[in-house]
Design a protein around this ligand. Structure first.
Ligand SMILES: [Zn+2]
Length: 105
C-alpha cells in the first residue's frame, strides 16, 4: 500500500458513497429452491454502517431462503460462516484506518 499523505483519505463506500474509512468484504447468499439453487454475492469497500447492513441482509437471506434443498443445506452454513469471517476482516480493516487517521485538531 502506498503511503497516502496527510489528509489524503479519499476512500468512499461502494454502497452509500460516504467518504471515510472503509473495509472490504464479500458477502454471499444461497437461495435454495429444492431442485436448484442460486448464489448471490456482494463485494466491495463498505463503511461501517453498510458493512453491518449487508451482513444482516445476507445472513437473514441465508437463514430464510438458504437451506431449502439437499445441496443448499450444505452450502448455506458455509456461506453463513464465510460472511462472519468477511464481516470481521472488514471490521479489522476499518479499525486500522481509523487508527491511522490523523487526530482531529
Ligand atoms: Zn456506506
Amino acid at each position: 500500500m502506498t503511503n497516502l499523505g496527510e489528509g489524503e483519505m479519499h476512500r468512499t463506500c461502494d454502497q452509500c458513497q460516504a467518504v471515510g474509512p472503509v473495509g472490504s468484504a464479500k458477502f454471499m447468499m444461497n437461495i435454495g429452491l429444492l431442485v436448484a439453487h442460486f448464489e448471490q454475492t456482494r463485494s466491495g469497500q463498505f463503511c461501517s454502517g453498510c458493512l453491518w447492513k449487508n451482513f444482516w441482509s445476507y445472513t437473514f437471506g441465508n437463514l430464510i431462503l438458504g437451506p431449502w434443498g439437499v445441496k443448499s443445506f450444505f452450502i448455506m452454513p458455509m456461506f453463513f460462516f464465510a460472511n462472519i469471517t468477511e464481516l470481521l476482516s472488514g471490521r479489522q480493516m476499518l479499525k486500522r484506518q481509523i487508527a491511522e487517521l490523523p487526530p482531529p485538531r
